[in-house]
Design a protein around this ligand. Structure first.
Ligand code: ADP
Ligand code: MG
Length: 224
C-alpha cells in the first residue's frame, strides 16, 4: 500500500544540517498495524509526517498505492491528505471553541457540500468511542483520554484507508492509554492500515510489527 525508497530528510538549522532521516526503505501492506519505535530524536515524527503527506522527503521516493506522492498535483495531494489519511497527535489538536461533535465533523470543512449521512456517522463514531453524551461539550470539559478518543473519532470520519498516530498515548494516564490503544486495535481489526509512533515498548508491543529507528535509519523491523 505504501512504500518509502531511500527516503532522506534534512533540516537546515543555523548553518548546521540535521539528518533526521538518513535513508529509509519501508513497505507497509494494506491492513497492517505497524509501530514505529526509537529514542527521542531518532526521526519517528519526521517519518510519520512524510507518510501523512504533511511533509516531503529531501530525497528518495514515497509511493502510495504505487504512485509517487511527489508527482501528484496539489489537488490530488491534499485530497490524499484529507480523505485517505487520518491523523492523531499526542496533544489531540482539538479546536477549543468547537464542540466535540463539531470537532469530529472538521474533516468536512473542505467539502462544498457535506456528504449525506455525515452527521449520523459522526454521532455513530462518538457512540463507538463512548462520547455521544459529550457531543455538545467543549474539549476543555473533557479528560485527556476523552479528548484523544474524540480526536480518533475525527480521524475516522472520512473512513481513511490509513490511520497515523504520533505518540497518541503520550499525554495519557495508563488506563486512558489502554482505552485508546484498544480503539486503535479495533480500527486495525476493521481492516484499516495503522501506523503508530511511540517510544514506549509496552505500547509498541500492541502492534504485530515493530520498526525501530535509530539516528534516522531502520535498526530493525520485526513481526510477531
Ligand atoms: P522523534 O519524533 O523520533 O523524536 P524527530 O523526527 O522529531 O524525532 O526529529 C529527528 C531529528 O530532526 C531531531 O534531531 C530533531 O531535532 C530534528 N528536527 C525535527 N524537526 C525539525 C525541524 N522542523 N527543524 C529542524 N530540526 C528538526
Ligand atoms: Mg516525535
Amino acid at each position: 500500500m505504501i512504500e518509502l525508497r531511500d527516503v532522506r530528510r534534512h533540516y537546515a538549522m543555523s548553518g548546521q544540517t540535521v539528518h533526521a532521516l538518513a535513508g529509509v526503505d519501508l513497505r507497509i501492506e494494506a491492513g497492517e498495524f505497524v509501530a514505529i519505535t526509537g529514542p527521542s530524536g531518532s526521526g519517528k515524527s519526521s517519518l510519520l509526517n512524510i507518510l501523512g503527506c504533511l511533509d516531503h522527503p529531501s530525497s528518495g521516493h514515497y509511493l502510495i498505492e504505487g504512485r509517487d506522492v511527489a508527482s501528484l498535483d496539489d489537488e490530488s495531494s491534499s485530497d490524499m491528505r484529507n480523505r485517505r489519511i487520518g491523523f492523531v497527535f499526542q496533544s489531540f489538536h482539538l479546536l477549543p471553541r468547537l464542540t466535540v461533535l463539531e470537532n469530529v465533523l472538521l474533516p468536512l470543512r473542505f467539502h462544498r457540500q457535506p456528504p449525506p449521512g455525515a452527521r449520523d456517522r459522526a454521532l455513530a463514531l462518538l457512540d463507538r468511542v463512548g462520547l455521544r453524551e459529550r457531543r455538545d461539550h467543549r474539549p476543555n470539559e473533557l479528560s485527556g483520554g476523552q479528548m484523544q478518543r474524540a480526536a480518533i473519532a475525527r480521524a475516522l470520519l472520512l473512513q481513511p484507508a490509513l490511520l497515523l498516530a504520533d505518540e497518541p498515548t503520550g499525554n495519557l494516564d495508563s488506563r486512558s492509554a489502554a482505552d485508546v490503544l484498544a480503539l486503535i486495535d479495533e480500527v486495525h481489526a476493521g481492516g484499516q492500515t495503522v501506523v503508530l509512533v511511540t517510544h514506549d515498548h509496552d505500547v509498541a508491543a500492541c502492534a504485530p510489527r515493530q520498526v525501530k529507528l535509530r539516528d534516522g535509519k531502520i535498526e530493525h523491523d520485526q513481526k510477531h
